[in-house]
Every structure is written in C-alpha cells, then in structure tokens.
Design a binder for this molecule. Structure first.
Ligand SMILES: *Cc1c(COP(=O)(O)O)cnc(C)c1O
Length: 385
C-alpha cells in the first residue's frame, strides 16, 4: 500500500464512522453573533468569542496604531530579538493583574501547553491529569518522559490515591479551569488542598474562564479564591484574538525560559498583536456589562430548555459552554443539519474529542447574542428532535 492508498483507506473508514471532519469558509465583513458561509447567514453558536471582542473598535484601533509603529512581525524568537516593549508591557500587565511574579507569552494555547509540560517534566516526575484535559496537554504528556496517569473526570478520590501512590516524587496535577467540551468548572479549592501535602504543582488551563468568570474577568481560579502554581490563559476565546500566556513565579519563569522549546525556537507574536491584547485586557477588566449580559443569556437559554422539557439533555454548566447530549454521531450530525436549515450554526462534536456515545451539540453563548436568538435556538431544538 503506498501513502495515497493508505490515506484513502483511512479516510473511507472515517467517513463510515460519521467522523469525517471538514472546514467551512466564513466570509469577511460579518460581525458577531452572525456568520456567513456558502451564501447563507447564520446565528453563530459555535464560537468562543464569548464577549464579542473580536470586533471591538478600541481593540482594532490599538492593533492598527501599533502596526504602524512596529510593522507586521516580531522578526525573531523572544530569546533572540523578537521580544519588544509591547510584549514586555503585556506580560507585566498580566502578571500584575493576576497576582503572579511573571507572565510568559506564547503564540497559542496549544504551544503554551506543549512548551510547559515538555519544559517542566522529566523522567523523574509524574503528571496526573484530568481525563478531559485538552488535546494539547495529552499530546505533550504522551511525548514527555514523565510518568503520565489520567484520573477520571473530576474524580478527586482517584486523584488522592494517585498522589499517595507517587508521594515523594515531583508531581504536577493538571486540570482545566472550565472544561472546554463539558462547560463544568474544576473544584479548584479541592485540587489545591489535595496538592498541598505532596508539594505537587497545580497547573490550571483557564482558556475558557479568563475574561468570563470572576471579579474583573480574572477567571475561574480567582472566582474560586485559588492561585494555581501555574496558570495558562489563552487569547483566542473571550479576548477575541490569538496567543496565550503562562503565569507563574519568578523561578519557574526562568526555568521555562531555558527549557520551553516553543519559546526558544519559535517566532514571538507580532508586537502589534501584543499591544492590541494590552488594550483588550484593559477593556475586559471593566466589561461587567458584557459579562452580565452573557450570564443573562445563559440563564435565559436554560430556562427556555426547561420550558421545552429538554433541560435534562444539557450537561450541568453555568458557563457559556452548554453541551446538548445527542448520543450517536448520526443523531448529532442530523440535529446540527436541521438547525442549520433554521439559520442556526451549532457544531456537532464527536469522539474522540468527547467520549464515545456522548456526541453532542456544543452550544456556546455570547454576550453578542440577542434574546430572540436564544429563544429561536431553544424552539428550533424542540422542533428538531
Ligand atoms: C482552545 C484551548 C487551547 C488551545 O488554545 P489555542 O490558543 O486555540 O491554541 C488549550 N486549552 C484549552 C482548554 C482550550 O480550550
């Protein structure tokens, strides 16, 4: 079998399992919460732009102004010549705001998680991760020489057992703050308490909490009154942009600067993007109106699903991620297609992104949604199933 025959066979199998993935092209010029694809307008319930900041005028203006000053690219790795005063200002702003010694910028959340785990773990260390942690963590964990054990989702008893089993070793406990496919929040006080006696390092990926939860949008850790040893925040969700930061103490930051390969061997994000992000974080701290509109939309959606007797299909979540469980891939795909016919864009998420038999519609709500959009979604769901 040559390579192309191999690809063809694998793709045919993917098709048969209703697991085939493809992209859709979105057209420019459409503002949240809408999108246009193939000449059709939809209300978008598939994005992570929870506050609609991707199109915020002040942030766009800050980006444009900084482009004129810095040009397009950073021109190098942060360790060589790519780290500008715009990057430095953003790192300092994030460290001050979130109460850490240091912040380190990365090109994406995926890169940050890979860099972190591959940079911190060695063959003497142990990684204990929630089973539902993001693919970027699983991937890095598998590649690292450390012992890698996953515990069942939010199963603290299992975690306690593993911590006892590996006590005396250098342990990292990893979890998401808000789980990206389920929308539930980690019990951070519990995780922190479990880590403490073992001096385990608590590492929290708050990609979906930052900007949305907690005072000033400081995220799920601040909302729970916990400071993880290492906090990952990403800029591709509520910040409406792209990139990520790792927050940690001074010594960890210095260690990562020597060991994190995605920091050393990859071009720094454009300085203008860093400047735009500084504007975005300055804005998001004061965006309580957007956060309360988002919470209002979440409550409205849940009430509407109760009204249609569909609430038991939702996973328990008070975040903008509202998963509607379908079961089989076929059911999820058919339901998503019916909703698209109604002008509602909702993604069907299938294994292996979620556990087998738990294919779902991953509905995401935004402050940009109007009440009428939410009501239409609930009503269309009711008629479609
Ligand atoms: C989206 C996401 C990432 C990846 O971040 P990108 O910036 O999109 O690469 C990492 N972790 C979690 C939990 C995510 O949801």
């Amino acid at each position: 079998m040559n390579w192309n025959q191999h690809f063809q066979a694998a793709l045919a199998q993917q098709h048969n399992r209703q697991a085939y993935r493809s992209r859709r092209v979105r057209r420019a010029g459409i503002r949240p919460p809408f999108l246009e694809s193939g000449g059709v307008y939809y209300v978008n319930f598939a994005g992570n732009d929870y506050l609609g900041l991707s199109h915020h005028e002040n942030i766009i203006a800050a980006w444009q102004q900084a482009l004129a000053q810095y040009g397009c690219g950073s021109g190098g790795s942060p360790l060589v010549s790519g780290h500008t005063d715009a990057h430095e200002a953003l790192e300092n702003q994030l460290a001050d705001w979130l109460g850490y010694d240091r912040a380190l910028l990365f090109a994406s959340g995926f890169a940050a998680n890979q860099a972190l785990l591959l940079g911190l773990l060695d063959k003497h260390s142990v990684l204990l991760a929630d089973k539902y942690c993001h693919a970027s963590m699983q991937e890095a964990a598998t590649l690292s020489p450390a012992v890698f054990r996953r515990f069942p989702h939010q199963n603290h008893q299992m975690l306690a057992g593993r911590l006892a089993e590996y006590s005396g070793r250098r342990i990292i406990v990893a979890s998401e703050g808000v789980f990206s496919m389920d929308g539930d929040c980690a019990d951070l006080p519990r995780l922190a308490a479990l880590c403490r006696p073992h001096q385990a390092l608590l590492l929290i990926d708050d990609a979906h909490g930052i900007g949305v939860l907690g005072d000033e949008g400081k995220g799920s850790a601040a909302a729970a009154g916990v400071q993880p040893d290492v906090l990952i925040i990403t800029f591709g969700k509520a910040l409406g942009s792209m990139g990520a930061a790792v927050l940690c103490n001074r010594i960890t930051a210095e260690y990562l600067t020597q060991t994190a390969r995605h920091l050393i061997y990859s071009t720094a994000i454009p300085p203008a993007q860093a400047a735009a992000l500084t504007a975005a974080f300055t804005y998001i701290r004061t965006a309580d109106d957007l956060r309360s509109r988002l919470q209002h939309n979440i409550a409205l959606f849940q009430t509407a699903l109760h009204h249609y007797n569909l609430a038991e299909r939702l996973l328990p979540s008070h975040t903008p991620i509202q998963p509607f469980i379908c079961g089989s891939n076929e059911t999820a795909l058919a339901l998503a297609a019916k909703l698209r016919k109604q002008g509602l864009y909702v993604p069907a998420i299938r294994p292996p992104t979620v556990p087998a038999g738990q294919a779902r519609l991953r509905i995401t709500l935004s402050a940009a949604h109007e009440e009428s959009h939410i009501m239409r979604l609930a009503e269309s769901l009711y008629h479609a199933i």
